[in-house]
Design a protein. Structure first.
Length: 206
C-alpha cells in the first residue's frame, strides 16, 4: 500500500511538473512573437575616397547596374559643368543618385553618405587635399551658384552636413578633376597623356 501511494504521488508530481513546463514554454513562445525594436548602423567601407565615387559604390550595394547608370548620367555634358563651388557639386551628386532610387531608399542613401562625409578620417583627407592642392581654396561667398538649374528645391537635398568650414572652389566649372601636384587634369584624354608621359620619364630615369 505504501509503495502504491508513493507511485501515485510521483506520477502526480511528474504531471504537475510537465504542466508547469508546458505553460512556461507557451509564455516564452508568446514573448518571442512580440515585435522587437531594431537598431540599424550604416557604415561605409571606403576611407578617404571622393564623394562622387562613394555615391556610386553606395548605389551598387542596392543593385550592381546602378553604379554604371549613375556613371553614365554623370558623364553627360551638363552634369556638374556649371558648378563653381563644392556645395553645388555635392548638391548635384545627391540629386543624380536619388533620381535612380525610390523616395525611401533615396533618404537612406543621403543619410548614409552624410554620415560618411562627417567622419574625422575623411575630414583629415579633405584638409590634406586642401593643403596640397594645386588649386587654391576659397570661402564660398556667392550662394547663387548652389541651386544651379535644379528643379528640386534645396530643402529636399540638405548638403550642409557634407561640408566643412572651407570648400575647394570648383576649377573651370568641373566637379571632378585629378590633382597631380603640379596641375589639374579635367578629362580622360589629359589623364592618359599625363600617365604616358610619367611612364616615359620613369623609364628614362631608370
Amino acid at each position: 500500500m505504501e509503495l502504491r501511494r508513493r507511485s501515485r504521488g510521483s506520477v502526480a508530481f511528474l504531471i504537475s511538473l510537465l504542466l508547469v513546463l508546458s505553460f512556461a514554454g507557451d509564455l516564452c513562445f508568446a514573448e518571442n512573437r512580440r515585435p522587437k525594436n531594431v537598431q540599424v548602423s550604416l557604415r561605409a567601407k571606403w576611407t578617404g575616397t571622393p564623394l562622387l565615387l562613394e555615391a556610386g559604390e553606395l548605389l551598387s550595394k542596392e543593385l550592381k547596374n546602378l553604379f554604371w547608370e549613375f556613371t553614365d548620367l554623370w558623364l553627360e555634358p551638363d552634369k556638374g559643368s556649371d558648378c563653381l563651388t563644392a556645395k553645388c557639386c555635392i548638391h548635384k551628386i545627391v540629386h543624380v543618385a536619388r533620381s535612380l532610387q525610390s523616395e525611401p531608399l533615396g533618404s537612406v542613401f543621403e543619410f548614409s553618405l552624410m554620415l560618411r562625409s562627417a567622419s574625422p578620417r575623411l575630414m583629415l583627407y579633405r584638409q590634406l587635399a586642401e593643403d596640397s592642392s594645386s588649386y587654391p581654396s576659397d570661402d564660398e561667398t556667392n550662394s547663387e551658384h548652389v541651386l544651379g538649374d535644379l528643379s528640386e528645391p534645396l530643402s529636399r537635398v540638405k548638403v550642409e552636413p557634407f561640408l566643412i568650414s572651407r570648400n575647394l572652389r570648383s576649377p573651370e566649372g568641373s566637379c571632378c578633376w585629378v590633382d597631380t601636384g603640379t596641375g589639374l587634369l579635367f578629362n580622360v584624354t589629359e589623364l592618359l597623356s599625363w600617365l604616358d608621359t610619367s611612364a616615359k620619364l620613369e623609364k628614362l630615369n631608370t
